[in-house]
Design a protein around this ligand. Sequence first.
Ligand code: NAD
Length: 262
Amino acid sequence: MNLLEGKKVLIFGIANKRSIAWGIAKTFHEHGAEIGFSYGIPQLERRVRPLAAQIGVEFVEICDVSSDDAIDALFAKAEAHFGQIDILIHSVAYAPREELTGKFLDTSREGFAQAMDISAYSLVALVRRAAPLMVDGGSIVCMTYYGAEKVVPHYNVMGVAKAALEATTRYLAAEMGEQNIRVNAISAGPIKTLSAAGIAGFRKMLKYTEERNPLRRNVSQEEVGRSALYLCSDLASGVTGEVIHVDAGYHILGMPEPVEEL
Ligand code: NAD
């Protein structure tokens, strides 16, 4: 079944084959979408272009989402290439590495501002430019994490930025509904990616959740991709402003027990 036949999709946040955005791109390609990629820094081009070629993506453009000029330039190119778009995927986050270790209390003013700008405000900035191109309505999905809701060791300022991103999702959903544009978030469980490697103790976190998750395993990029497919297809035509957990059930646990004691 081709759930995205004829749909035009812009995906922000592919860094390499481990990226969650790549899991989404592969799934959307399998379902007939026409896809464009945007990546954050020049050094990523040599990794992103071969991935694009694998699934026939022709539109591959750099865009630093902390720059309004860069975003304007990107959307001008997207309009020239696609005409209109139907789906936007925001899979972008950043906080300086030193903010993702040690104490939250030591968060710097600059680190806080940068994490909020790149990881949360950028959704507003992208949706403002995407909305005029979504002439037949559309679907927008961003990526969040449980550290927005509860304290997770070392996630620190990124947890605050994700809380802002989730609230941003709701505020945007409320305003964009008039244009039949839906805005949702996926709260993914931990997955080994380039960004995740910047969080102190991430490997231990993976093992911890693998042993305690109700499904007794972690989730994959492809599973996140399939939930994004649901949110961006007509299957979710009545869903907006939602945060869907794709975390093998971790968020339902009040007091996770070690598996051997169950
Ligand atoms: P990733 O490193 O593959 O992707 C993060 C992307 O953000 C990269 O492509 C990077 O280039 C991009 N980026 C950073 N700063 C940017 C900027 N200024 N302009 C443009 N792009 C910029 O890692 P990922 O884990 O696939 O992360 C994707 C999203 O998923 C992020 O929002 C992340 O917080 C979220 N997430 C990840 C996990 C996990 O465990 N990996 C869990 C839940 C949510």
